[in-house]
Design a protein around this ligand. Structure first.
Ligand SMILES: O=C(O)CCC(=O)C(=O)O
Length: 279
């Protein structure tokens, strides 16, 4: 019998999965409640150990290092709806460098007019976000959880993906135009892409090498999502945020291992490598 399930097959084939009802209604309400308390920040402004740092001026507000914005965001670190699958997809499962790491985590609020041009794809060959499968195991560089906190239907500014593009050898022709130009456009709907519609509480899991972006939001109101990007323990944080000692002390040992998989080593550190601690 194969050790792989249908979801594994689909993830390999398409580069993404939809996890329906990934979180329960209580956590969904808590996360939305937390979004309601976000202050009106300017670009670059800090709020505690989070910072507003929008990726581009068109996609909407992005609050980086959002795991520092309260307990509901901590619950997402190793949520049972995704943690085991992530471990198999991008956690170097069963190897000597086994384990997960969070590369980037942020909240995103998209209002009317916001969109995100398509980017990424297997043709880039970038190791950091690559799709990989070798020796009967997944070896992805980065797999993302994009958790919907509001229903995302037509006109809501949903994520746009090109299924299968994590294995592309050839760049989509849309990439012949520079990103900086495309970001100024009103919208971008490219051949071969689909818009992902989800219910609040569903999550899109996708390898970052999949070409992705977002459709323009035309409806009133907010599209709210949380994005956590995971990779192997040897990765490094995208923007260099440090976690506060309070957060590291508060989370569970399993969560702390994901936030800080490699224990800091100062002079006087007593013993050898953590991975051999049991030996
Ligand atoms: O906001 C989205 O739906 C897509 C976000 C995205 O493309 C990204 O963060 O790289």
């Amino acid at each position: 019998m194969s050790e792989f399930d249908l979801q594994d097959f689909l993830f390999d084939l398409r580069g993404y999965l939809i996890l329906e009802k990934a979180i329960d209604q209580t956590l969904l309400a808590e996360l939305n409640g937390a979004f309601d308390t976000f202050p009106d920040l300017q670009f670059g402004e800090w709020w505690g150990n989070t910072q507003r740092l929008d990726n581009n001026g068109h996609a909407g507000l992005e609050l980086q290092n959002v795991v520092e914005a309260g307990k509901p965001f901590e619950t997402l670190i190793d949520h049972p709806s995704w943690v085991d699958r992530l471990q198999r997809y991008c956690g170097e499962d069963g190897s000597w460098v086994e384990g997960l790491y969070i590369d980037e985590c942020f909240a995103s609020v998209r209002r009317s007019g916001g969109y995100f041009p398509l980017h990424s794809g297997g043709q880039d060959g970038v190791i950091r976000n690559q799709y990989g499968f070798a020796n009967g195991k997944f070896h992805c560089g980065q797999v993302n959880i994009l958790l919907a906190l509001t229903d995302i239907g037509p006109g809501d500014g949903g994520t746009r993906i090109v299924p299968g593009s994590h294995k592309s050898n050839i760049a989509h022709p849309v990439f012949s135009q520079p990103f900086a130009e495309r970001v100024k456009a009103e919208d971008e709907v490219v051949e071969g892409s689909i818009e992902v519609n989800m219910k609040a509480g569903d999550a899109l899991m996708f390898v970052d090498a999949l070409s992705h972006g977002a459709t323009k939001r035309t409806n009133a109101g907010d599209r709210r999502v949380v994005i956590y990007r995971y990779g192997p323990i040897w990765g490094n944080t995208r923007y260099g945020y440090d976690y506060s000692p309070e957060l590291l002390a508060r989370v569970t040992p399993a969560q702390r291992k994901i936030l800080q998989p490699i224990t800091r080593r100062a002079p006087g550190t007593a013993r050898g490598l953590d991975r051999h601690a049991a030996e």
